[in-house]
Write a protein that binds this ligand. Sequence first.
Ligand SMILES: [Zn+2]
Length: 377
Amino acid sequence: MVFMAQQRNSTSMSSPLSKPGEHKLSVSLEPETTSPTVEEDSMELGDTVNQEEVMKNMLGEDSQSEHLESALSEASARYNSALDMTLKALLNIKILKEDLMHNMQPLQHHLEDQVPSVLQNFFTAFVSEEIKTEGVYSYLLSDLLALLEEVLSMSSGAAEVLVAILEFWHCWKNAERESLVTRLFTLEEKERMSCRKCRKKPNYPEQSSYGIVMAADSIRDLKCALGNIEFVDILKVIRMDYTMLCDIKNGGCGIANFIHHIISKCPPIFTIVLEWEKSETEKEISETTKAFEWEIDISRLYAGLEPKTNYRLASMVGCDEKQEHICIAYEKNRWVNLRRDALAGEDVGNWKSVVRFCGERKVRPEILFYEVVRSMA
Ligand SMILES: [Zn+2]
């Protein structure tokens, strides 16, 4: 499973979304159809971790994490920060925590072999709040780091780390229910095209993804050009640009047509991954982040949803010039910057302050986690 990056047969070759880097992400983690290596690996890795030992260690020396920290090279420190901040961003999604709490019982009773036990330990400690105990978070983080190192390259950014976590997480389920990843993160989308020349209406199969990928410069260009445009409309305009060829093999005429995006399952967590050139100036970063909005109406982006299907930004993962990742999260009516080696946040302020913060520190937001706003009824 991947992020919905670009359309197959896309003729919009100029789209920055068809960069080779992203292609790799799509191919290497392609789901179900080709059996993912991640799952196979996780099986073995899961077995080697002794549950009791983990618990003993969790309660024991927290010097462990310090020791590990010092041994890490610069590259792995960067990767370490990507994992750390992606996890912290996930932990800040309320719907995720609630879902985990409600599903704790069945999860504990269905410890299957292929379940990546380290990931499970991590989220179990999160739900029980044990993770707040000094040293527990760093211990679990270093455990996960070691586990994911087997499947991820050290140059992985936050988006690749997130995909790996979600792929592992798929294994954590019981027979009666779909996995948490399917329930909370998976978007089911159909593309419809009606050929304007030959009137053919090919039925494209439904596609699953963990969210959408957008090029930061496309967002910035539209924001600068149109000023007052809302974030969700920027996303819509960029996606409208995708075209699909009327398939000659199936009797079509071969011309390019625009695609309609129809959603059949909108998950409570809507994830947007942003791709950057990594050479942006402070001004360009600010101009991009200015386009983001705290609340977005997803029904403007997809057909098939009730009007005012609102989502709010819960947290985001960014990366600064030194390739150090950061997490900015919404907590109790303000934004906080969550630092490494601490669960408590540093105050950033309101949304305007977040935009300023990103610009000044040259932080490029890479993942935006939106969660659905539940109706009061
Ligand atoms: Zn046609």
